[in-house]
Design a protein around this ligand. Structure first.
Ligand SMILES: Cc1ncc(COP(=O)(O)O)c(C=O)c1O
Length: 490
């Protein structure tokens, strides 16, 4: 496969195609990206310190800082604590990244559930290679330590709290989530917090609070398929907003839609978007928040991958800018600590009380023992140490899958390089039908998530999402080779 030309790198093309005017730090980032892609700065190489780079290139310290943050969010470099910035192993990867998708249809009814169920029906089979799964491998989680926390917490649980905590949730868990949320820049974290059964319940409750059947909701294209299923269940119409694989949601397109259409709410992921892995820069998050305020538009912010960032700095959610209570920030422990415990939360802004009531009218409360166990773990279990190990492992597994794709997938394949998480989005040559690929692969014991399940209008027919979060071994390598053979068929 051809290595990218540093003079005509995807970065350069991206900036021209998307038409954003280049700021000084973007120009500087571009320059550094060219050096990385051209091999002058190879994988593992330490970048000049901020001070040194500022002196050498005659720019300000803040220009270098901003440029390094940008390169970090694009997955080209990574920060190591107290050591500086280094070029990531995947930065010079031979497969190029996808470009922005074409604008979708203006609005549409949503009808994806049958497709989603048919694709995921057989995912539980342990003999299937789980590239289609939405969860990282269970062996990555401290399940034995969590079990100790469960036992410890249950022995200490006061009898009256097992009933009393059903309304508000476990007090210690609320405190621990609020503490971590403050680390992400979220103001008043305790007042607005509602504990839910995973992020999925939080997201459902938010959308239910904001809409009536027939309303328009702005969602991403491509979007997490379960968000489409929620729209379908609530009989809402989707307004698909294109997402750029690196820059995130197209804000100009969103603004245009907001001016023309009576959109009632939006549901976006501002960091490590599923399936693209895109993160909005801090600047673009501010621009998005300004749009929300201007149009009095509530936003449901799905932030379940926030803790899985590869860089030193946690990504700041749009919620961290929210002075008006317009953002409903949803998170959970499903992806980073305790899948299956089904503990999530929402910081609901001005809608917190409505969400709380709706929860009491439907599921009442997530399991109190599970809440107590996670609270105990967060206090005593070494969560930050676990996260550091997890992020490192996921980054290395991502490199393995990218390298394997470069070995086996046909020329013309493009792939994202997210700066966190464990999901990769592949854009195959146009002739590939990913639903057919999915069926063929399944017959050979390999799952994948085909592009059309990520769209209300069944677009992305030549794309697929693959999970890179499972231990890399011969079986995975063989599965990639098999997918490669299927992809090479005319
Ligand atoms: C983007 C996104 N949001 C929400 C969820 C649901 O999270 P939970 O398992 O906490 O309900 C998932 C799980 O796949 C997800 O990928």
């Amino acid at each position: 496969m051809r290595a990218s030309d540093p003079l005509e790198s995807p970065d350069t093309i991206l900036t021209r195609v998307s038409g954003f005017p280049m700021k000084r730090y973007e120009q500087f980032a571009e320059q550094m990206a060219g050096l990385i892609r051209g091999g002058v700065l190879p994988p593992g190489q330490k970048l000049p310190s901020v001070r040194q780079a500022a002196r050498t290139h005659g720019v300000s310290l803040s220009t270098v800082f901003e440029a390094y943050y940008l390169l970090e969010s694009r997955g080209l470099i990574t920060a190591r604590a107290r050591s500086g910035y280094y070029v990531r192993a995947t930065a010079q990867h031979p497969l190029p990244e996808p470009g922005p998708a074409a604008p979708p249809a203006p609005t549409s009814d949503v009808d994806v559930s049958e497709l989603v169920f048919s694709v995921f029906g057989s995912l539980k089979d342990p003999d299937i290679v789980p590239f289609g799964s939405a969860f990282p491998s269970p062996e990555l989680f401290p399940l034995a330590r969590l079990a100790r926390s469960m036992s410890h917490a249950l022995h200490r649980l006061a009898p009256d709290t097992i009933i009393a905590e059903m309304t508000e949730g476990n007090a210690e868990l609320r405190r621990q989530i609020a503490l971590r949320s403050a680390g992400f820049g979220i103001r008043r974290p305790l007042d607005e917090l509602v504990i839910t059964s995973g992020a999925m319940e939080a997201l459902n409750l938010c959308l239910q609070c904001l809409t009536q059947p027939g309303d328009l909701v702005a969602i991403e294209a491509p979007a997490f398929y379960a968000s489409l299923q929620v729209l379908e269940r609530l009989k809402l119409k989707a307004v698909e907003i294109p997402v750029h694989p690196r820059e995130g949601i197209d804000l100009d397109y969103l603004e245009d839609c907001l001016q023309r259409l009576p959109i009632k709410a939006c549901w976006f992921m501002s960091s490590l978007q599923n399936p693209l892995g895109a993160s909005l820069s801090d600047e673009r998050k501010q621009a998005l928040y300004a749009l929300l305020v201007r149009h009095r538009l509530p936003m449901i912010e799905d932030d379940v991958y926030a803790e899985l960032h590869f860089g030193d700095r946690p990504p700041r959610p749009v919620k961290s800018l929210d002075t008006e209570g317009l953002v409903m920030h949803c998170g959970s422990f499903s992806k980073c600590l305790a899948p299956g415990y089904r503990i999530g939360w929402v910081s609901g802004g001005r809608y917190s009380e409505a969400i709380q009531r709706l929860k009491l009218m439907t599921t009442i409360s997530p399991s109190i023992p599970a809440q107590a166990a996670i609270a105990d773990y967060l206090q005593h279990g070494g969560y930050d140490r676990h996260l550091r190990k997890l992020r490192h492992e996921l980054e290395s597994r991502q490199s393995s899958m990218l390298a394997s794709a470069a070995r086996h997938f046909p020329e013309g394949t493009r792939v994202t390089r997210p700066a966190g998480g464990y999901l990769l989005w592949f854009e195959f040559p146009e002739r590939v039908d990913s639903l057919q690929l999915c069926r063929q692969a399944m017959a050979l014991g390999i799952s994948l998530a085909p592009g059309p399940i990520f769209s209300a209008t069944r677009r992305f027919g030549h794309c697929a999402r693959l999970n890179s979060g499972h231990r890399w071994d011969e079986r995975k390598e063989l599965a990639m080779a098999t997918l490669g053979e299927l992809l090479h068929q005319p």
